[in-house]
Design a protein around this ligand. Structure first.
Ligand code: HEM
Ligand code: HEM
Length: 181
């Protein structure tokens, strides 16, 4: 493995997460505006299934980070490197908190979470409307936060690539030259 490039699994999980987050966020917004009915129920089912997928991908990613050596950081001022680390940490926290709040919210409404019709996560907490409503706020706020953070993160990656020309995006791609110096 190139010591300046994330390995193939880290790359795959990164881009699958990015695509899933966009789909889950968009479906969340759309279902919010839909009238009750079978179409809405079906969309919520997909939203929950892909949302749980984001959580599973994030847990795999965090676990791998502990055991697999990470590429060397992009050279730069300590302040910028600290900002990048803080951004990644904030994204990770949000990628865990938002789907967990989603699952807990559905449980607190007294329902289980069906995942692609394959299995159901049965409620591990009792019904509690007040708790469900707080979790709904956290879920919505956190979802908006992910999109803002990911937007800033993508903008930073593009500035690295296009302005600083340090091959930063190639670190997360199987092609291109991640430059280092
Ligand atoms: C990264 C993962 C997720 C993102 C980005 C996300 C995003 C969203 C968004 C943007 C909304 C609309 C909020 C609003 O405007 O009211 C929403 C609603 C909702 N989400 Fe998620 N979601 C995720 C994961 C999950 C999971 C794992 C579940 C449950 C298993 C879930 C269950 C729900 C439900 C039931 C609603 C309906 C509205 C409510 O009562 O707040 N979500 N989600
Ligand atoms: C929802 C969208 C996204 C999320 C949640 C996300 C999340 C993350 C996280 C947590 C990392 C830390 C590395 C790791 O531990 O795997 C990372 C790295 C990275 N991301 Fe993203 N990302 C998203 C979208 C994007 C986009 C659109 C781009 C490109 C335009 C991008 C480019 C990169 C690059 C180049 C790195 C490596 C940075 C480095 O080596 O310091 N990401 N991303």
């Amino acid at each position: 493995m190139d010591r300046f490039r994330y390995d193939t699994i880290a790359q795959a999980v990164h881009w699958l997460t990015a695509i899933a987050v966009i789909g889950v966020f968009a479906s969340g917004q759309i279902m919010d505006d839909m009238a009750r009915g079978p179409a809405k129920t079906q969309l919520i089912g997909l939203h929950m299934s892909f949302g749980v997928t984001v959580l599973v991908l994030t847990v795999i990613r965090l676990a791998r980070r502990i055991v697999v050596p990470q590429p060397e950081p992009i050279p730069g001022s300590p302040l910028v490197q600290m900002a990048a680390r803080a951004m990644h940490l904030a994204l990770y926290v949000a990628l865990v908190v938002v789907p967990v709040a989603g699952v807990l919210m559905v449980w607190a409404k007294g329902r289980g979470v069906d995942v692609f019709g394959l299995f159901t996560l049965p409620p591990l907490i009792g019904p509690d409307r007040g708790f469900a409503s707080n979790l709904s706020e956290i879920h919505e706020f956190g979802a908006n936060l992910i999109v803002i953070l990911a937007g800033l993160h993508a903008a930073a990656a593009i500035v690295h690539h296009a302005v600083l020309k340090d091959g930063a995006i190639a670190r997360m791609l199987p092609f291109g030259e991640p430059r280092h110096g």
